[in-house]
Design a protein around this ligand. Structure first.
Ligand code: AMP
Length: 197
């Protein structure tokens, strides 16, 4: 099963992704985590990406798409995965569709975590202090929010037109949010396993 998680920064994608991964038993493909790993290894990719991540900007599409393509070739992803933080632009979404089509597969479900921007900014500042994440300070938070609004939110329409989008209210308790996610995922699983009419 291939699931895409979309949501503004601070909407709790990471927390909910962890729970969903346990529920489904599929691997996690988080481009943010892959970029942080590359950075911690001081690889050329990590160094190049840091210039963007430090400013809250998106790493260029070509770099991210190549990274995802290499990752998806690993046998671990044969049964699907949960995309977290990818795609983040229309070009990434189109590239993902093409990449999957070449493998004879497609995105099954897109989960949008939806929430008010002001509430999320407050959450992110708290998380930045707790986790000491260098890409989370007040200026980059504002930049990341603007990037989401301008570059990522058009994906909602793209996947909506494909009939794959499920919007979830992200401001409930973690249990409530996960309950909504599980309902959508289980419905999608049932549809996928139902015999063709
Ligand atoms: P995340 O952990 O998903 O919030 O990602 C942290 C940072 O990594 C983002 O603010 C971007 O700078 C970069 N990044 C992660 N995923 C992508 C992506 N799909 N496209 C471009 N940049 C990305």
């Amino acid at each position: 099963m291939l699931i895409v998680f979309i949501g503004p920064p601070g909407a709790g994608k990471g927390t909910q992704a962890e729970r969903l991964l346990k529920h489904l038993g599929i691997p996690h493909l988080s481009t943010g985590a892959l970029l942080r790993e590359a950075r911690s290894k001081d690889s050329p990719l990590g160094k190049a990406a840091a210039e963007y991540t430090d400013k809250g900007r998106l790493v260029p599409d070509g770099v991210v798409i190549k990274m995802v393509e290499e990752e998806l070739n690993k046998p671990a992803y044969r049964r699907g995965c949960l995309f977290d933080g990818f795609p983040r632009t229309l070009d990434q979404a189109r590239a993902l569709d093409e990449l999957l089509a070449r493998q004879g597969s497609a995105v099954d479900l897109v989960l949008e975590l939806r929430a008010d921007e002001a509430v999320l900014v407050a959450r992110m500042l708290k998380r930045a202090i707790e986790q000491n994440r260098t890409d989370d300070n007040q200026a980059t938070i504002a930049e990341r929010m603007a990037v989401y609004r301008n570059q990522t939110s058009p994906l909602l329409r793209y996947y909506g037109e494909q009939g794959k989008l499920a919007s979830i209210d992200a401001l409930g308790s973690p249990d409530e949010v996960f309950g909504q996610i599980r309902t959508q995922v289980d419905e999608c699983r049932q549809q996928n396993s139902a015999p063709a009419p």
